[in-house]
Write a protein that binds this ligand. Structure first.
Ligand SMILES: [Zn+2]
Length: 385
């Protein structure tokens, strides 16, 4: 099921909203617009009612909070791009945001810079909103503005506090939080071993997760149950992220030493460019196991064709149109070489968003690499130990 939607593109990076994001925005607008703002705007009312002002303020506050999280993530993405590391997309979800960086930083200094700019952005925003908050309080103390400043003061205080908490929480030294990445950069530069640096910073991450879950349980039983559940959920989320983060790094470290030739599928099926698409569907796509077919006139490789390529042509034209009309020309397919590392092949795979990429040697396709073939290789290796 689709769980996130692309809503725009900034600095060449796609922005996605996860389904959880809609939940949190609805919750925020409700809490601020229907409970918090009415209470602050009408302090003398026994049961304050939401009005146009309170709901508008709720929507505005939610929008600015969302923009604050976005600024934090874009800071990471911008610095990654500055250091020559690709950024696939940014996703906003229930616990905030994440910038999907396509590969691990190549050295500790890159890791440090990419990690540190996020919290720095949040601290800067907290300072700006905090200064506005103090300035409005001073204005308010002159009593020249009546109750006009109550709403903006509340808005600024919320934004200053949320950005401050965002910086503080992210600076907790557990991987994959920003603080954990700073710790990993430090350990990496000292130990000169990315895998061990990730292992230790992930363990700190899991430790922090346990503290959050424990604190959540205590708060649940002696204080507010909703706050307790929230702590517990963030703890579980962090626990999973820390375990998964380490697994990913360990995997990439293993695959860095494995050549593409060891993980590729060597069966290559060739089709003629002059074959009609209906014949191609009947004799190749249906009865065979291959996902990708190489289009070759017998001398040169022209491109590749997949089931997806075929489906882009309306079925009514399959009799008249040929394989060469539907194929993806070789120039437009990212290609691999047998000697490059399987880790770099995985990076290319995830940026290309294709199922499999062709491996080329002496202008000839000698195999294919996909996530399935890599994971099969890893399973075989793990079982043989
Ligand atoms: Zn961050």
């Amino acid at each position: 099921m689709k769980s996130s939607w692309r809503v725009g593109r900034v600095m060449g990076i796609d922005l996605y909203l996860d389904v959880g994001w809609f939940v949190i925005v609805a919750l925020l607008i409700y809490t601020l617009g229907f409970i918090e703002f009415p209470r602050e705007l009408h302090p003398r009312a026994i049961s304050p009612r939401a009005d146009v002002t309170s709901v508008t303020l709720g929507v505005l506050a939610s929008f600015l909070l969302f923009a604050s999280v976005l600024a934090h993530e874009f800071a990471h993405a911008w610095m990654a791009l500055q250091r020559g590391i690709g950024v696939k997309r940014i996703t906003l979800f229930i616990f905030g945001g994440v910038a999907h960086i396509t590969e691990e930083p190549d050295r500790p200094s890159s890791e440090f810079l990419i990690a540190v700019v996020g919290p720095l952005t949040s601290i800067a925003l907290a300072a700006v909103f905090g200064a506005a908050w103090v300035w409005l309080m001073i204005l308010d103390s002159t009593h020249l503005f009546g109750r006009w400043l109550v709403a903006p003061i509340l808005l600024m205080s919320i934004l200053a506090q949320v950005n401050g908490s965002l910086a503080l929480f992210n600076l907790a030294p557990g991987f994959p939080l920003d603080g954990g990445r700073l710790l990993r950069a430090f350990l990496w530069s000292v130990l000169n071993d990315l895998r061990r640096a990730t292992l230790w910073s992930s363990r700190v991450g899991q430790f922090i997760a346990l503290i959050l879950i424990g604190a959540g349980a205590v708060v649940f039983f002696i204080g507010s149950s909703s706050v307790g559940i929230w702590y517990g959920l963030i703890g579980l989320f962090l626990w999973n992220a820390a375990s998964e983060g380490y697994r990913q790094t360990a995997l990439l470290e293993t695959l860095r030493r494995v050549p593409v030739s060891a993980v590729m599928i060597q069966s290559v099926e060739t089709v003629s460019p002059d074959l009609s698409l209906s014949e191609f569907a009947e004799t190749y796509v249906l009865p065979r196991r291959e996902q990708v077919f190489v289009v070759s006139d017998g001398v040169t490789t022209l491109g590749t064709i997949t089931f997806d390529d075929l489906q882009r042509v309306p079925r009514t034209q399959w009799q008249t149109r040929r394989v060469r009309d539907a194929m993806t020309p070789l120039a437009r397919v990212p290609i691999l070489t047998p000697q490059q590392s399987a880790a770099s092949a995985l990076v290319q795979l995830s940026t290309s968003e294709r199922e499999e990429l062709p491996v080329i040697e002496h202008d000839r396709v000698v195999g294919f690499v996909g996530h399935a073939s890599v994971s099969r290789y890893l399973k075989l290796k793990a079982d043989s130990k």
